[in-house]
Design a protein around this ligand. Structure first.
Ligand SMILES: Nc1ncnc2c1ncn2[C@@H]1O[C@H](COP(=O)(O)OP(=O)(O)OP(=O)(O)O)[C@@H](O)[C@H]1O
Ligand SMILES: [Mg+2]
Length: 383
């Protein structure tokens, strides 16, 4: 069943658009399906044939650099921007051409989009009023929502009397008030200071789990994506580069772009040297080279935290003597720039946890031994 028209709750104001009757259509299949969505602004292609399915109760995060098309895709899902081509299905129904008011979602934007002249109570109650329920029902519902977002005593305040973090919690309460089938979030935490952001991140995740709320969030913040998402959709220049769980995206990036965008990665040009590994400068590196042919040019990637300080006596694979060129104290670790005769001009960035540095002299000019486990190497064909 399609949701009825969301009367009054203008999506342009960042308020949820509601379904009239909940719980009657727990259909099968994905809650949201995007089928070859394309968007052009004049000659410029912002999205190119983006296809994706979002399962019920799933938290999906669109992650990518500025301008890659994240917001455009979210706005197309919301009906706030028409797609140039492609189809959208929600709960088994095609909604590609439905106006925002007839779609079933709540939305929160980066900047606080609360009504400044309405109290917190009236902001949260805004969508509920158009459901034509009694005042007692609305008051009870608002109290429950304010409790849920951790602001039980603030109903009488105006948005201007709240902090940014509090305003975003109210925006979330307003977006979920009418129990939308889908929650859309466009960088909802990025205007907040770091501490509040991390705190709200956890609250948002708890709330999403508790309500089993299918959620699509946009961010360019990798830490946010890794902590919140069930699945991350990494985007680049209007296309999807990779879709996967946070550990998959982090541990098994399928393209150099994904490897580079998430975490700190070293890249080196190499050549496949038989079945055992890669030749990198004057160095033979043991690692898996499945699907690659001998002599093939490759890019080898290794994360800074996968370069391990080793005792010179250990007999580990891929051991290398390096010279510390430079180091920065980051707190729990030192970020070191390393050089090695075998690597020529190329430098290696390594993060050494402070707790593993006892008894090792790590300072500019010092010679240390490092190992790179073969399974920590990512090898990409350059073909
Ligand atoms: N109305 C518009 N007219 C023309 N070009 C647009 C319009 N809206 C977006 N674009 C372009 O489409 C591309 C994608 O924009 P979008 O806002 O989706 O990026 P984003 O991934 O959300 O970036 P950010 O992280 O900076 O918010 C950008 O190059 C942008 O300049
Ligand atoms: Mg954006």
């Amino acid at each position: 069943m399609l949701p009825g028209p969301g009367s009054g709750a203008g999506a342009g104001c960042g308020t949820g658009v509601m379904a009239q009757d909940k719980g009657t259509t727990a259909g099968d299949g994905p809650l949201l399906r995007l089928d070859r969505i394309t968007k052009r602004f004049g000659d410029f292609t912002a999205l190119e044939s983006v296809s994706l399915e979002v399962e019920r109760g799933e938290f999906v995060v669109f992650l990518g650099p500025s301008g890659c098309g994240k917001t455009t895709l979210l706005r197309i899902i919301a009906g706030l921007e028409p797609q140039t081509g492609g189809l959208i299905y929600q709960d088994g129904h095609e909604i590609s051409a439905l106006p925002p008011g007839r779609r079933d979602y709540g939305i929160v934007f980066q900047s606080y989009a609360l009504f400044p002249n309405l109290t917190v109570f009236d902001n949260v109650a805004y969508g509920l009023k158009s459901e034509r329920r009694g005042n007692r029902h609305i008051a009870g519902k608002v109290a429950e929502l304010l409790d849920m977002v951790g602001l039980p005593g603030e109903a009488g305040k105006y948005p201007g009397q709240l902090s940014g973090g509090q305003q975003q919690r109210i925006a979330v309460a307003r977006a979920i008030a009418v129990a939308p089938g889908l929650l859309l979030l466009d960088e909802p935490l990025s205007a907040l200071d770091a501490r509040v952001r991390v705190h709200l991140r956890h609250e948002l995740k708890r709330l999403q789990r508790r309500l089993d709320l299918t959620t699509v969030m946009v961010t360019h913040d990798q830490a946010e994506a890794l902590t919140l998402a069930d699945r991350i959709v990494v985007m680049n220049h209007g296309v999807i580069e990779q879709v996967g769980s946070p550990p998959e995206i982090y541990r098994k990036p399928t393209t150099p772009f994904v490897a580079d965008f998430v975490g700190t990665m070293n890249f080196f040009p190499g050549v496949v040297a038989g079945r055992e590994g890669i030749r990198l400068g004057d160095l033979d590196i043991a690692c898996a080279v499945d699907g690659l042919v001998e002599g093939e040019a490759v890019t080898v990637a290794v994360r800074s935290e996968d370069v391990l300080l080793s005792s010179a006596r250990s007999a580990a694979d891929n051991r290398l003597t390096v010279v510390v060129e430079d180091l920065d104290f980051i707190g729990s670790y030192y970020r070191c720039v390393l050089s090695a005769a075998a690597l020529g001009e190329l430098k290696l960035t390594a993060d050494f946890p402070v707790n593993f540095m006892h008894g090792v002299r790590v300072e500019p000019g010092a010679e240390v031994s490092v190992t790179i486990p073969g399974d920590a190497l990512h090898v990409f064909s350059r073909a």
